[in-house]
Design a binder for this molecule. Structure first.
Ligand SMILES: Nc1ncnc2c1ncn2[C@@H]1O[C@H](COP(=O)(O)OP(=O)(O)O)[C@@H](O)[C@H]1O
Ligand SMILES: [Mg+2]
Length: 357
């Protein structure tokens, strides 16, 4: 068993939770799996521990690295509490559920649902790449819906990447690691901004970079790119002098519609102004500009085996581009009775409820 003095020891109890294992540690904190000793179930507990500001003393206490760091540390704790409070108000299946924030040992802890599953990164490493659009959308759509809510509250995640997307046992994506989320209203703050090569847009490499919803949209585009190509897009700083971004559109990738690929390219525009400015705009996509590529707007539900009606029969569902639906209708592969058109996008989980997927 690990006796690393910088993490809380396995078996240690705090606030009614017993440390069971260390799930991960990064520049901002340490995430533990803990057991709720009353209910005997797991949670994930994140401990704020920015290594450049604080150190552990005496096994559990956390103290700033000298008086010079005190002010910055106070600020960091306050931001962590505010963000955790904000997150705990979210009830979205694609955003990790935060239950509680508490202060102890001189630092702050955030208690979350434990997601028993691999990260999307781990999953993609195993499969290489997704082979069709539907598989990518199954991850992308719930995330878009969740991130739209995050943005509506004035937060930007700023570190969306496959490692920060967990896939639950039912295959649903859950976004974690809001440690770097900052209010874009007011901005500022002393914590070092973080970047992840391939997923962070160019503005995150600039100290005065103007982050906004378009920052997360770039990262989501990069996640989709990685899923489609099996590798992340060219690092944004490598694109500044000469943009050799390898566009998806025009690649004739089997299983992917050109309009969909074009929208992923658009999210990955180097210049923030070249990207969709909001998740809502991206969802509506090209649809209002000449009827091109209304991605993921249409939910289709159809009986798997004919004849018995929707009730009681196995139903499958998928998300298509409007133009694909039109061409399927024309080709007689779909009848108008088969599908349900939706305003905006539908969450996969909602579809599941309605249609018993
Ligand atoms: N709610 C959770 N359920 C299960 N595992 C989690 C959860 N939150 C974090 N983890 C695991 O811990 C790792 C680190 O957590 P994360 O919040 O991403 O912090 P950081 O990347 O800053 O260390 C994640 O990559 C994941 O493997
Ligand atoms: Mg992380």
């Amino acid at each position: 068993m690990s006796s690393d003095p910088t993490v809380l020891p396995i078996g240690y109890s705090l606030h009614g939770y017993r440390i069971d294992s260390v799930l991960g540690r990064g520049g901002f904190g340490i995430t533990y799996r803990v057991v709720d000793t009353r209910r005997n179930c797991y949670f994930a507990l994140k401990e704020l521990m920015p290594s450049e500001m604080v150190a552990r003393v005496g096994g559990s206490g956390v103290v700033p690295l000298g008086a010079a760091k005190q002010e910055e540390w106070n600020w960091a704790r306050q931001r962590f509490v505010e963000e955790a409070d904000m997150l705990s108000s979210f009830r979205h299946p694609a955003i990790v559920r935060v239950h509680e924030v508490f202060e102890k040992h001189g630092t702050v802890y955030m208690l979350m649902d434990y997601v028993d599953g691999d990260s999307y990164d781990g999953y993609l490493k195993k499969i290489g790449r997704e082979t069709d659009q539907e598989a990518v959308l199954r991850v992308l759509i719930p995330l878009l819906n969740g991130v739209e809510e995050v943005h509506a509250k004035g937060l930007i995640h700023r570190d969306i990447k496959p490692e920060n997307i967990l896939i639950d046992p039912k295959g649903n994506p859950i976004l974690i690691d809001f440690g770097s989320a900052r209010s874009h209203l007011g901005g500022g703050g002393g914590m070092t901004s973080i970047v992840t090569h391939g997923y962070s847009p160019i503005e995150q490499y600039q100290s005065e970079g103007n982050a906004g919803p378009w920052t997360d949209i770039y990262a989501l585009g990069a996640v989709a790119y990685r899923a489609i190509r099996g590798e992340r897009p060219l690092v944004s700083t490598e694109r500044v002098l000469e943009d050799r971004y390898d566009r998806l559109e025009g690649k004739r990738l089997a299983g992917f519609h050109p309009s969909f690929l074009r929208e992923i390219d658009r999210a990955l525009a180097l210049h923030p102004k070249g990207r969709p400015q909001s998740v809502r705009e991206w969802k509506i996509l090209g649809g209002q500009r000449g009827g091109q590529g209304v991605a993921v707007q249409v939910a289709v539900a159809r009986e798997k085996t004919g004849g018995e009606g929707l009730a009681g029969s196995a139903v499958w569902s998928m998300i298509l581009f409007e133009e694909e639906v039109v061409s399927m209708l024309r080709a007689g592969k779909l009848s108008p009775r088969d599908y349900v058109l939706t305003e905006g996008m539908v969450e996969w989980s909602q579809l599941g409820e309605v249609f018993h997927c």
